[in-house]
Design a protein around this ligand. Structure first.
Ligand code: ATP
Length: 202
């Protein structure tokens, strides 16, 4: 799955609309301390469905919205759009009808986030699974946060296994299996209740 473009508006220090083309050959982003390099990567993780504000260095999800700076008032919304090349048609079936996927996330103060894929409103989970299946995503090892290498070295074997599973692209499968198991358990409970009711009637 190739990420080709990142559009940011109102997210952290990116108050003005910013359009970043992710072209072949791009190997790094350089700039002085505090210019927004980490914010750029956080915008990428956020649009992929990151749900932990802490891992975005924010004290609440609303904190990712531009909070104001010298002479510039705070904003009430932030929006990030990630353009994905889907020419290889690797997206899940529900979104696999286009060569290009425009995945966007918008947050409004005190209202939470909404997600869209090609203009159609979707759940956070749809976006998270889309990237998990492609072995990328907000928590995948494809994206290395500051300090993460140290965390991996110190991690317990189970946490390391999760990293390997993410890299192998099976994180989405695990999550679907967990969901299916919960549904199965719910159905088994319903069957037991049904048997009780039938016994009472007999
Ligand atoms: P370094 O090289 O030191 O790691 P960096 O280039 O990665 O720096 P970032 O950490 O991405 O820089 O950006 C930090 C800047 O973003 C700070 O100036 C901070 O004030 C600003 N910032 C973070 N959140 C917001 C927000 N919600 N609204 C406005 N500015 C913000």
């Amino acid at each position: 799955m190739k990420l080709t473009r990142l559009k940011i508006a109102g997210f952290k220090s990116f108050v003005d609309p910013t359009d970043v083309l992710i072209e072949p050959g791009l190997t790094g982003v350089v700039g002085p301390n505090g210019c927004g390099k980490s914010n750029l990567v956080e915008a990428l993780r956020w649009v992929m469905g990151e749900s932990s504000h802490k891992s975005l260095r924010a004290s609440g999800m609303d904190d990712v919205i531009f909070a104001g700076a010298a002479g510039r008032p705070a904003r009430n919304t932030a929006e990030v759009m990630l353009v994905v090349d889907n020419a290889g048609r690797t997206a899940p079936a529900a979104f696999n009808d286009a060569d290009v996927l425009e995945v966007s996330r918008r947050i409004e103060r005190e209202e939470g986030s909404t997600y869209k894929i090609n203009g159609r409103e979707v759940r956070a989970r749809d976006v998270q699974l889309l990237f998990a299946d492609a072995a990328t995503g907000a928590r995948s090892p494809a994206m290395v946060r500051q300090g993460q290498i140290g965390e991996i070295i110190a991690a317990k074997p189970q946490a390391r296994r999760r990293i390997l599973e993410d890299a192998a692209g099976i994180a989405g499968l695990n999550s679907r299996r967990h969901e299916a198991e919960l549904r199965l358990r719910g159905t088994e409970d319903n069957l037991l209740r049904l048997e009780d009711v039938l016994h009472e009637i007999e």
